[in-house]
Design a protein around this ligand. Sequence first.
Ligand code: ADP
Ligand code: MG
Length: 310
Amino acid sequence: MPSEFEIIRRYFDRPAASALLGVGDDAALVAARPGMQLAVSTDLLLEGRHFRAGTDPRKLGHKALAVNLSDMAAMGATPRWATLAIALPAADEAWLAAFADGLFALAARYGTELVGGDTTRGALAICITILGEVPAGAALLRSGARVGDDIWVSGELGGAALALVHPEIAAAAARLDQPEPRVALGERLRGVASAAIDVSDGFAQDLGHILERSACGARVDYGRLPRAAAFAGLADATLERDCVLGGGDDYELLFTAPPSARDAIEAIARDLGLALTGVGSVVPGDAMLDLRDAAGRTIAPARGFDHFAP
Ligand code: ADP
Ligand code: MG
């Protein structure tokens, strides 16, 4: 069985060209470029809570980094460096090789370098901290939504949650296992969006975070919410609603922007080949979501995911 240091050297020590110092010392050294601020975010994934025991390690490597890249996207930041703290029940080399493959393949696509971490024995847990760069003052905050802004959603909602009920639907399973972080969209939304968040806990809940931080309400048309194509064939309106409104793990961007930005947003959608759908608007009042069906009737949104919910 390889030692802790052999594991690090074999699987996690890769050249980090844009860091001043990568894996191997007591700390990594990185420098933001002039005029840039560092955006820093951490996500912890625990076996049995965030992913099932026996999850394909390649997909896990992808997902562990993808959720962090998604946080950079939601800030309008460009991901640059990451650290990986990992607890492993055993030094299973096939598992480690596949996990590292999944992680580094995604990291390479987004120009993100692994610059350090920590490796220990224990129940499987993966914690990645990511650092990104964003021009000073240009980060997309949750607090910037203003009354009259449009509310937009990228891609489609509900696919990842659908996979929990219907794992046999391949497109849904791919959304759950291998989410595509909307990094390019986040970068393009700098100076365009007034507020942004990534949909990790469900549309209604994540929109609620913007509303609370921005001290305003929202009016959303349920029928306009973009949803995974697979729902059309299922004819289960309740499941569809629960997944579209309350399902987590989609990692789409939910953002607000003034109506004057509509042309710019449509141009971004065309450039990126990514659907961007206007779903409602920011309204005065309490941080409440006023959700309506096609007939104008109020819909009570399903609850999003909360680790401490009773
Ligand atoms: P220390 O004892 O100073 O914490 P470690 O022995 O834990 O150092 O780690 C040695 C080096 O390997 C450090 O540069 C650390 O950042 C890096 N490292 C440890 N585990 C990982 C990992 N899972 N992924 C990437 N780098 C790692
Ligand atoms: Mg250490």
